[in-house]
Design a binder for this molecule. Structure first.
Ligand code: AMP
Length: 569
């Protein structure tokens, strides 16, 4: 692990992408069969492969207690160090480095396989105390540089300027394989470690889509207005309603059915009616769709669905209050029941849709727990705006506009799918700081400071502050969470672990130096918590800039061009 950390340090030190690739292309072939997949997954900045549903569940408070305990310094020392660098790994190295004279490492320095085993053991332990004990044992064996990278990987914040594409390029160069084959295997396996092994063994072509191994989801790019969308996708574009629920991937072979969420976790237990309903479908395969709260012929708002999220085994009463349906919009693989399942990712959307329609699912509103997404073709800006208004009248969020010739590209945010949302779109942010509120909110942490991502530097930059728009029950639940995930306290203000995603509504965006993003929001308010999204999925400064630019034409223009209806709230 020490050697891996030194290489990571060198990758971080150069801004030249060719140099980063070369450093890794030299290093990867020297690793043993056990080490290669671990090294590659760690280089992606994750403790486990993406397709692996596990996460260590180690909170910052536990990390801070272990680090300050080992270094023999006051509990606040890590927070002070963090404040200097805004980087937890650097802060840990800083604290341990300063204490190093009095704290020699104990035991054997951990090898890559030891670190991977410790991460698995942390995941398997329950409760902060048990997790903290495994972590402390690992950390005690690490010199400061190694500790820095162990923590960076654990916190999912590697920051060595190594995008996924560069890592794939390094794997291709290391084993002299075509980059396209590496990318394709990466998409299919969802595991950069497994991909590196296939590249080494010259077996990239054997990577294939497998049932019950969830694939990364294809993503959409934001579009500014109807004219831009038609210029990109015209003359004929396919338009589907954009349903406001949670994304799911359904795998089914015979009686075995599994549902996976956007972060590739198995959520089958949460939605038994969908799993049971899928057993009656006359085929095997993989569907992509959106799971919605739906009752009495009407789409229910996202807040209703939220009541069901995270409940492992929903009661009959909550299932009756908030029934769900699954609206399918794509098919990734299909075959007859009990027969051979053929993958179909490379087929154009028009062919995939034909296969999907052949399943005979009813349209949304025609009953049943499975439905087909509403789709029309449009050929002009006027058509598109009309379709937008129709989708809104069906209580949907807006439109997904798709290129009928596009393949299904797992994990990619390309131009094959463009999203058109309501005017003055909300912004998905992550909470980075909290404070106790005023008045009746005196005893709870109800004031949130939130941030978007600066893609250039990879760091989180603040954009505003809002008093809660959440219910008292939500505030109470979040207060407990923030208490347990406080990184540092400055009087009333607490820096918290940047994990909680909130959707922020606002009236106006202005350029301003008040916040690090360079923008601030007028009348920001928390529209809702987004437990279905991870910090990797929040909006970027570029997204904010796109909305800001749209607003420069004046709200009237924005209303007709981006949305066709007035903003809510
Ligand atoms: P956003 O979350 O705003 O980036 O929008 C993309 C999300 O819209 C996807 O990940 C899906 O969860 C959701 N969505 C809703 N309806 C559709 C649809 N018809 N096609 C594709 N994605 C959809």
């Amino acid at each position: 692990m020490r050697r891996w950390s030194e290489v990571a340090e060198r990758v971080a030190a150069t801004t030249r992408t060719s140099e980063k690739t070369r450093l890794l292309a030299d290093e990867l072939p020297t690793l043993s069969p056990d080490e290669l997949p671990i090294a590659a997954v760690f280089l992606a900045g994750r403790p486990f492969a993406e397709v692996d549903g596990r996460s260590t569940g180690l909170g910052w408070a536990t990390i801070a207690a272990a680090v300050t305990g080992l270094a023999g310094v006051p509990a606040g020392a890590l927070g002070e160090a963090y404040d200097r660098s805004s980087d937890l790994g650097v802060a840990v190295a800083d604290v341990l480095g300063r204490a190093n004279g009095s704290r020699p490492e104990t035991g054997e320095p951990p090898a890559l396989v030891d670190v991977a085993a410790a991460f698995a053991a942390i995941e398997a332990s329950s409760g902060p105390a048990a997790k903290g004990a495994v972590f402390t044992d690992l950390l005690a064996r690490c010199d400061p540089l190694t500790a820095k990278y162990v923590v960076k990987i654990l916190s999912g914040d590697l920051r060595i300027g190594l995008r996924e594409g560069l890592l794939e390029a390094a794997i291709a160069a290391a084993f002299d394989r075509p980059l396209d084959s590496v990318k394709r295997a990466g998409m299919l396996t969802g595991d950069v470690g497994a991909t590196a092994v296939l590249a080494r063994d010259d077996a990239l072509d054997s990577a294939s889509l497998r049932l019950f191994h969830p694939l990364k989801f294809m993503l959409a790019s934001p579009a500014e207005d109807a004219a831009e969308i038609m210029a990109r996708l015209g003359p004929t574009a396919w338009v589907e309603d954009k349903y406001d629920g949670i994304r799911v991937q359904l795998h089914r072979a015979g009686d075995e059915v599994r549902l996976y969420s956007r972060d590739l976790h198995d959520v089958s237990g949460q939605f038994p009616e969908v799993v049971d309903g899928a057993r009656d479908l006359p085929w095997d395969g993989i569907l992509d769709g959106e799971l919605l709260a739906y009752r009495d012929g009407e789409v229910m708002p996202f807040v209703a669905l939220q009541k069901r999220l995270g409940r492992k085994a929903p009661s009959t009463s909550i299932r009756t209050q908030v029934p769900v349906i699954c609206v399918a919009f794509d098919v990734l693989a299909m075959g007859p029941r009990g027969g051979r399942v053929e993958p179909g990712l490379d087929a154009p959307l028009s062919d995939r849709r034909e296969r999907l329609e052949a399943l005979g699912l009813p349209l949304v509103g025609d009953g049943g727990v499975f439905a087909l997404s509403h789709r029309v073709s449009v050929e002009s800006v006027d058509d598109l705006e009309r379709a937008f208004a129709d989708a809104r009248s069906r209580n949907n969020e807006g439109l997904m506009v798709k290129d009928p010739t596009s393949p299904y590209s797992p994990g990619r945010r390309g131009l094959g799918w463009l999203k058109m949302k309501k005017a003055l779109a909300t912004i998905d942010c992550v909470v980075v700081g909290v404070e106790v509120g005023h008045g009746k909110r005196h005893g709870v942490l109800s004031d949130y400071t939130f941030a978007v991502r600066d893609e250039a530097s990879g760091s989180l930059v603040t954009i505003g502050k809002a008093y809660s728009g959440l219910t008292d029950a939500e505030i109470a639940e979040m207060t407990a969470w923030f208490e347990a995930h406080t990184v540092e306290r400055f009087g009333r203000y607490r820096v918290v672990e940047p994990t909680i995603v909130v959707e922020i509504a606002f009236d106006v965006i202005v350029r301003s130096n008040r916040h690090r993003s360079g923008f601030s929001l007028r009348f920001p308010r928390i529209a809702q918590l987004r437990p279905d999204k991870t910090v990797a999925e929040i909006d970027t400064v570029a997204d904010v800039e796109a909305i800001w630019r749209g607003l420069q034409h004046g709200p009237e223009h924005l209303v007709t061009a981006r949305a066709g209806s007035r903003p809510e709230g």
